[in-house]
Ligand binder design. Structure first.
Ligand SMILES: [Zn+2]
Length: 146
């Protein structure tokens, strides 16, 4: 729930940023010139407005990409950034042991994200594995040892 909430918050902030930039551009840029008493829409008719709108579109696409990329490396339970990448496997023994992968873990132990270390088939999905009761298990083991 928090994971989706963070993503929605990022999308809302992205929309507000782009909307604010658009309002600022409308205020700052001069309106397109009229041609034969006709005022055309600026996109596609005025070079300055067309270039600015295309740059704003590219900025929006870039920010959306960053939001999705950042969301990929967040904990599915608490929404915090995953940390401590650990390489599992070996590049030199890839044929014997399989492909190496990086494992990222939530700082609070909610789960582990496995990302392939090599990309053979383009985009490959990551595997999220929830650690159910990791800390409770450790605390119980510690109490049992005393
Ligand atoms: Zn977490």
């Amino acid at each position: 729930m928090l994971y989706c909430g963070i993503f929605l918050l990022k999308l809302v902030l992205l929309y507000a940023t782009l909307r604010g930039l658009w309002i600022g551009l409308v205020v700052l840029l001069p309106p397109p010139e009229t041609f034969l008493y006709h005022r055309f829409r600026p996109f596609g008719h005025d070079l300055r407005w067309t270039a600015v709108i295309l740059l704003l579109f590219l900025l929006g696409c870039g920010l959306l990409y960053l939001a999705v990329w950042d969301q990929r490396f967040r904990c599915r339970s608490c929404g915090r950034r995953l940390r401590m990448p650990v390489l599992r496997g070996s590049y030199s023994r890839m044929l014997q042991e399989g492909r190496p992968k990086f494992e990222y873990i939530c700082p609070f132990g909610h789960g582990t994200l496995s990302v392939q270390g090599t990309k053979f088939q383009g985009r490959e999905p990551c595997q999220w594995k929830a650690n159910k009761g990791l800390w409770e298990h450790l605390v119980a083991a510690d109490r049992g040892g005393n």
